[in-house]
Ligand binder design. Structure first.
Ligand SMILES: [Zn+2]
Length: 273
């Protein structure tokens, strides 16, 4: 099996209080959080993970939660172009989940084989009131997904012949999925929003990196050990089981091996493996 290389893709960003994710902690800290995608390459295949937010979901410069945001399909195309690629060069698209900021560019890859969990599709079709109120799913996504011409609905864990491993990890949504990527440096886990940031898996972290590359102090959260759950966890029991599962999937239980959904360091570092 050929080892993979991982490249993070910048699809724009959303700016909000850190305490959205760590309620009551660091309420004075505001963070610009990137919308993130990944390019996985093994010399034979170009695989894309997630495709950001659609521009129609940013109204008057604001997106989810009424927070200032920027992004859209142009960002996806620009991120790919920086890697010398265009949508038709992508062989498969994997979706960690179908939230507004992870599946917004779906129609750029309309005829590309697309993989997501069956339960994620069910969640998209049958949303909880809280998910609707906050517009976690873009209202356009059901229509976009219906136009995809080659969908693989994964029901549980699935090991791809190319070495990538897909695991169903519910909690943030019904059908969240993480992707284990074997590289020369070991096994990396692309977590989607399970969790969003490193400090959710490692509550003792006392600093984080920002999008400009600088580092800022954050408050360690020993009271939340072993994991910090946030306000967009819908099933805490499922999330607890999933986090324990994710913990065991990486090369080591260190922040390096967990490429979380919106943590700025993932964009700053850019390449892995
Ligand atoms: Zn999400």
């Amino acid at each position: 099996m050929k080892p993979w290389k991982i490249t993070s893709l910048y699809y724009g960003e959303i700016t909000g209080a850190k305490s959205f994710i760590t309620p009551g902690i660091d309420s004075d800290v505001t963070i610009a959080s990137p919308y993130i995608g990944f390019l996985l390459q093994n010399g034979e295949e170009n695989i894309l993970v997630d495709n950001g937010i659609h521009e129609s979901n940013i109204v008057d410069g604001k997106a989810w939660g009424g927070l200032p945001a920027k992004g859209g399909n142009r960002y996806v195309l620009d991120a790919l172009a920086k890697e010398g690629l265009k949508p038709s060069d992508i062989h498969k698209v994997l979706y960690t989940h179908l939230h507004n900021d992870h599946a917004g560019g779906a129609l750029l890859f309309k005829d590309t084989p697309s993989y997501f969990q069956l339960d994620e599709y069910k969640n998209l079709q049958n949303q909880l009131p809280s998910q609707k109120i906050r517009s976690d799913y873009d209202p356009r996504t059901p229509g976009d997904v219906a136009q995809l011409s080659d969908v693989y609905l994964i029901d549980g864990d699935f090991f791809m012949p190319n070495g990538l491993e897909l695991y169903k990890t519910p909690g943030h949504t019904l059908g969240s999925m993480v992707i284990v990527v074997p590289t020369e440096k070991g096994r990396y886990v692309i977590t989607g929003d399970m969790p969003h940031y490193s400090y959710s898996l490692f509550p003792l972290l006392d600093e984080m990196q920002l999008l400009d590359g600088s580092r800022t102090a954050i408050t360690p959260m020993p009271q939340y050990l072993p994991f910090m759950f946030n306000t967009v966890i819908y099933d805490h029991w499922a999330a607890f089981a999933s986090f324990n599962r994710i913990k065991a999937l990486a090369e080591k239980f260190e922040p390096e091996y967990f490429l979380t959904g919106h943590d700025p360091w993932v964009i700053v570092r850019h390449t892995f493996g």
